[in-house]
Design a protein around this ligand. Structure first.
Ligand code: ATP
Length: 268
């Protein structure tokens, strides 16, 4: 069965907007997120990205328009910043239980799923930027969310770490079929797998696939001619198939147990 054809819509914003004290923070946002879909919000500082994400998650109520969420929608949130008392010792397994009660096996499985199993007993203060982001992903995923909201998932991470984190986002999308709403605060990278980029500037400036947005006159007008170079699209050319067990299907072979050569992936 075609998974795309039966994708369940998780959230629908129709002409949604927020006003505060007579000021419009964002308006006219139409947006849907379905299961297995990646939507990325971009735009300059103060353009309404966080406000739009808060409308989607229900943290803010719309002043104008409507926001519909699938009943019982479970949301996992990876924050841009986490307020932690960095002077107190805190291990990763303890961090995982600060906002919910989970069994040791649930915690291990969540860390395993993001490639961070070995960090279980590590001190949060000693993690690298990329390791910390992975732990935050695990903390969001342990709730088995229908929708994962990622507020600037790659900040504080170097380029190879970025590549690894985008790989992880794709893997989470593929394995869990959760919807993903990403906020990119500094426009530098949009995942090529993003189904829809929504470029905000207090309203929806333009929208579409990453490459369509990059070429759109509204986008170029907003960010200038240099913009086309600044919106780097994180490419992942998937030129092979995977078996259910994750093994690569070698061309002309039914199953290749040693077929873990991912030379076909190009990151750039
Ligand atoms: N609770 C609030 N009350 C009043 N104004 C607010 C509130 N929250 C945000 N704003 C204003 O709304 C506008 C949009 O803010 P928002 O945080 O959504 O932007 P953003 O695109 O996420 O920005 P950044 O990239 O800087 O994080 C800004 O001008 C901000 O100052």
């Amino acid at each position: 069965m075609d998974a795309r054809a039966q994708r369940e819509t998780l959230i629908t914003l129709s002409n949604a907007g927020v006003t505060r004290g007579g000021r419009t923070l964002v308006s006219g946002v139409d947006l849907t997120i379905a299961r297995g879909e990646i939507v990325t919000l971009i735009g300059p500082n103060g353009s309404g990205k966080s406000t739009t994400a808060k409308l989607a998650t229900g943290v803010l109520k719309p002043s104008i328009g409507t926001v519909l969420r699938k009943p019982g929608l479970r949301i996992g949130y990876v924050p841009q910043k986490l307020t932690i008392d960095w002077t107190l010792p805190l291990t990763v397994d303890r961090l995982m239980t600060l906002t919910g009660r989970y069994s040791a096996s649930e915690i291990s499985a969540a860390l395993e799923a993001v490639g961070a199993a070995r960090l279980l007993k590590a001190a949060v203060q000693e993690l690298s930027g990329g390791e910390f982001q992975r732990v935050l992903f695990a903390r969001a995923m342990i709730r088995k969310p229908d929708l994962l909201v990622l507020d600037e998932p790659v900040q504080g991470v170097d380029f190879s770490g970025e590549v690894a984190l985008y790989d992880l986002v794709r893997q989470i999308r593929d394995t869990t079929q959760s919807g993903i709403l990403m906020i990119s605060h500094d426009l530098h990278v949009v995942m090529a797998e993003t189904d829809t980029v929504i470029c905000l500037n207090g309203h929806v400036c333009c929208r579409g696939t990453p490459s369509a947005v990059k070429r759109s006159p509204e986008y170029l007008k907003l960010f200038g001619e240099r913009a086309a170079g600044s919106l780097a699209i994180y490419q992942h050319h998937h030129d092979h198939e995977h078996h259910d067990d994750g093994c690569v299907v070698a061309e002309g072979h039914e199953h290749d147990d040693e077929g873990h050569d991912h030379a076909g992936h190009h990151h750039g």
